[in-house]
Write a protein of this length. Sequence first.
Length: 261
Amino acid sequence: MPDIESNRYNKYGDQIAVDDGYTIQELIDIILSHLRLILLITLMGGALAFSVSQFVLTPYYESSVKLFVNNSRIGQADTTSISDLNASERLVNTYMEIVKSNTVLQKVADSSAPRYTLEQLRAMVSTQSVKNTEIFYVTVTSDDPASAQKLANQIAKDAPEEIMDFVEATSVKVIDYATLPANPSTPNVKLNTAIGFLLGLILSVLLVLLLDMLDVTIRSEEDITSLVDIPVLGVIPTIDLADAKSNGYGKYADYRSHYEH
């Protein structure tokens, strides 16, 4: 039972104890006494997360192209200054915005089969720069791996021309073309299953603690003394019939039964 912190009186004038929570040993005992329930809920949480991730959620695939953009106006001097590097990074951000512009995406949409709308393509395309370089990635996410690869390579074909039209003295080269993704990027079945096990474990422990707090059954004299500040006058023992006969209680019962009949 929880440790006693202070005493107070109820409306009938009886002195009762106020506890200050569970001790570590009490928490361990509660968990061990409900170990089967905790394991069951934990396994159910992991199995549910695995089933949803594997059979319910739609898998999505990612395919990326790697582009290098060079601006001849930067680095014309013999040395490259900090301002040149900052200008280079700003230009990469400009290039990435051009890739996601309506002009480029509409051109890709017109060349794609099946046809995608502009809004669909915008939701599928993302860009990411490589720090301190003029290199950036264009990634396409789709529920069809072949479509993701095809759209990414189509962007690599159409984007350079548009970038060079908008930014003068610029050349664009494809470093890596998109490949066919073999495994989905989302959902991560292993991670989701692990999270399911963890959530199941946490919820099961909270559940058994709640059940213990709601359980007001008195099982021993210690439970009584922790609730009210009165002495225990006596305890009725539990007598096992088999032990009673071996200790002589059964002989008296047989004797009484014989003479009663």
